[in-house]
Design a protein around this ligand. Structure first.
Ligand code: ZN
Length: 165
């Protein structure tokens, strides 16, 4: 994806108030992020480890960002779980993340949940740039491009469910 500025990221949030979007912590090292290898930028709030955020490009050229609440503990330490975005399997490295829906639906308490890599580094797992351990990848015959396209589609579907108005 194309590099984004802090301002662009803050303006892209769909499911939190303008005040929250202004205050939430955006990574300080945006310039050093491996944008060329990212399908979306995801990060954890260093001040509030149960909070996570992701921002992705959208078809109209304006990025979309989603605020997430992750369960502090990862799902099943012994059990292997699969990320629903990139389909990487980790033992203990996948979290159930919940996003309040945008607008009125969110104010009424509606939310969307998904199992996502706890470090939100799906793009790097897909490209083999981060290792999730033995047996982390499904044995698949599809190409890297297809895996990337699938991850992008999964993230877009998740963001669309939150609401992209
Ligand atoms: Zn993932």
């Amino acid at each position: 994806m194309e590099p984004l500025t802090e301002q662009e990221i803050r303006a892209a949030f769909l499911n939190c108030t303008k005040g929250e979007a202004k205050r939430l912590s955006v990574p300080r090292d945006l310039a050093e992020r491996p944008w060329g290898d990212l399908d979306f930028l995801g990060w954890r709030d260093p001040q509030a480890p149960d909070r996570a955020y992701l921002v992705t490009e959208w078809s109209d050229g304006r990025p979309r960002a989603v605020a997430l609440r992750g369960a502090g503990a990862t799902v099943g330490h012994a059990r292997r779980s699969m990320c629903s975005m990139c389909l990487t399997t980790h033992s203990g490295g996948v979290s159930l993340m919940v996003a309040p829906k945008a607008g009125k639906a969110g104010q009424q308490g509606n939310s969307i949940g998904a199992y996502i890599c706890s470090d939100l580094a799906c793009s790097l797992y897909v490209r083999g740039k981060r290792d999730a351990g033995v047996g982390a990848r499904l044995h698949e015959t599809i190409t890297l491009e297809e895996k990337i396209r699938r991850t992008v589609a999964n993230v877009a579907a998740f963001v669309a469910k939150v609401g992209t108005a």
